[in-house]
Write a protein that binds this ligand. Structure first.
Ligand SMILES: [Zn+2]
Length: 107
């Protein structure tokens, strides 16, 4: 079968929001995620979100720091806004690489 690159690209763009939330410890609706990804890719997308989120934010003494540019500490909301405003493209690239690897393993 195989997934077209453009499809991974579109999905990556959609997952940026979820990764920023997961990384900032802000709750999000898993049901909404499934609507975005479709049922087939829901599990794989959730694993991708968790993997990328754990890379981009480090928690020290209960405070959140950006692991991409070392800035911080941030509140949850501040961390979320920093990721969306400064690292949107970085997140998209990381997500798309992670998705590609995970999809390659199952196809
Ligand atoms: Zn940063």
């Amino acid at each position: 079968m195989g997934f077209k690159l453009s499809r991974i690209d579109i999905l990556s763009e959609k997952l940026v929001e979820f990764v920023a939330r997961e990384a900032s410890r802000i709750r999000y609706d898993k049901q909404k995620l499934q609507v975005v990804t479709g049922p087939t890719l829901a599990g794989l997308s959730l694993d991708t979100i968790k993997a990328v989120a754990s890379e981009v934010v480090k928690e020290r003494n209960g405070l959140l720091y950006c692991n991409l540019c070392r800035k911080g500490p941030y509140t949850k909301r501040g961390m979320y806004l920093h990721l969306i405003r400064v690292h949107r493209y970085d997140l998209k690239v990381m997500i798309s690489e992670e998705l590609r690897e995970r999809i390659a393993r199952i196809t």
